[in-house]
Design a protein around this ligand. Structure first.
Ligand code: PGA
Length: 255
C-alpha cells in the first residue's frame, strides 16, 4: 500500500502540564501555527481538567482534543476515574491508552489496557494505544517478542470493525523524555513488526491502513527523518508538544 494513503496523525501528549488558562493559550497558538496543514491530523491530548478550555479554544480550527486515559467501566464507585461517555460528551475524539508512564507508575497492565481500549472504542472514541520495550528488554534482544506480545494482548477481542479506530503508538520506553531517540531504522523496524502482527490478527488490508506512530523524544530536528520511514505514520510527542512552535515544526515535517 502507498504510505500516502494512510492517515498521518501528529499527537501531542501534554502529560501533567498546563493549567486550564495555559491550555487555552497553547491550543490557540498551536491552531494558528498549524492552520491549513491538512496533510495530517493534529491532536493535543490534555489533562482532564483542561478539556473544557481546550475544546472551546479548538473550536473551528484543525486541532482535535484528546484525553490521556479513560476508565473501562461505564460508571460507578471508581474514585478519581473518568468514563468514555464523559469524554465523548465533553467533545473528546481521541484518547491515549496504555502510556508507559501509566504502566510504570499506575499499575497499568496489558489486561487493563485492553479493557480501557474496548470501553473507549465502544463509546466511539479513537484510541492511541501505546506500547514498547524497556531498555533491559532491548539490551536482552527481546524487543520483537515483547512488542508482539503487547500488540496481541492489548488488541485481544477487538472486532474487525472497531480496530479501524485504533492507532498504535510504538514508544520505546528508554526513549521517552530522555532525549534518546530511536534511530529512524529502529523505529521503522518495530513499526513494521507491529504492522505484521496486526496483519496476522486482522488481515493485510486492515494492517496496511492502520496508522502507526512513533513516540519518544521526537522533536522538530528529528521528526522529518522518522516520519519519512515507510511504516511510521505520525508521532506521539511529549516534551516538544508543550512548545507550540516546536510542535508546529513537527506538523510541518509531516506534510
Ligand atoms: P517525549 O514523550 O516526546 O517527551 O519523549 C513522548 C510520550 O511520552 O508520549
Amino acid at each position: 500500500m502507498d504510505k500516502k494513503l494512510r492517515k498521518v496523525i501528529i499527537a501531542g501528549n501534554w502529560k501533567m502540564n498546563m493549567t486550564p488558562c495555559e491550555a487555552e493559550e497553547a491550543v490557540k497558538k498551536t491552531a494558528a501555527l498549524t492552520e491549513g496543514k491538512d496533510g495530517c491530523e493534529v491532536v493535543l491530548c490534555v489533562p482532564f481538567i483542561d478539556i473544557p478550555a481546550a475544546v472551546n479554544a479548538a473550536k473551528g480550527t484543525n486541532v482535535k482534543i484528546g484525553a490521556q486515559n479513560v476508565h473501562f467501566e461505564e460508571k460507578g464507585a471508581f474514585t478519581g476515574e473518568v468514563s468514555a461517555k464523559m469524554l465523548v460528551e465533553s467533545g473528546i475524539e481521541y484518547v491515549i491508552v496504555g502510556h508507559s508512564e501509566r504502566r510504570q507508575y499506575f499499575g497499568e497492565t496489558d489486561e487493563t489496557v485492553n479493557k480501557r481500549t474496548k470501553a473507549a472504542l465502544n463509546a466511539g472514541l479513537k484510541v492511541i494505544m501505546c506500547l514498547g520495550e524497556v531498555l533491559e528488554e532491548r539490551q536482552a534482544g527481546i524487543t520483537s517478542e515483547i512488542v508482539s506480545m503487547q500488540t496481541k494482548l492489548d488488541l485481544a477481542g477487538i472486532s474487525d470493525e472497531l480496530i479501524k479506530n485504533v492507532i498504535i503508538a510504538y514508544e520505546p520506553v528508554w526513549a521517552i523524555g530522555t532525549g534518546l531517540t530511536a534511530t529512524p531504522d529502529q523505529a521503522e523496524e518495530v513499526c513494521c513488526l507491529i504492522r505484521k502482527v496486526v496483519e496476522g490478527l486482522y488481515g493485510k488490508e486492515t494492517a496496511d491502513g492502520m496508522t502507526i506512530q512513533y513516540g519518544g523524544s521526537m522533536n522538530d530536528k528529528n521528526a522529518a527523518d522518522l516520519l519519512g520511514k515507510y511504516n511510521v505514520d505520525g508521532g506521539l510527542i511529549g516534551g516538544a508538544s508543550l512548545v507550540p512552535e516546536k510542535f508546529a515544526s513537527i506538523v510541518e515535517a509531516a506534510q
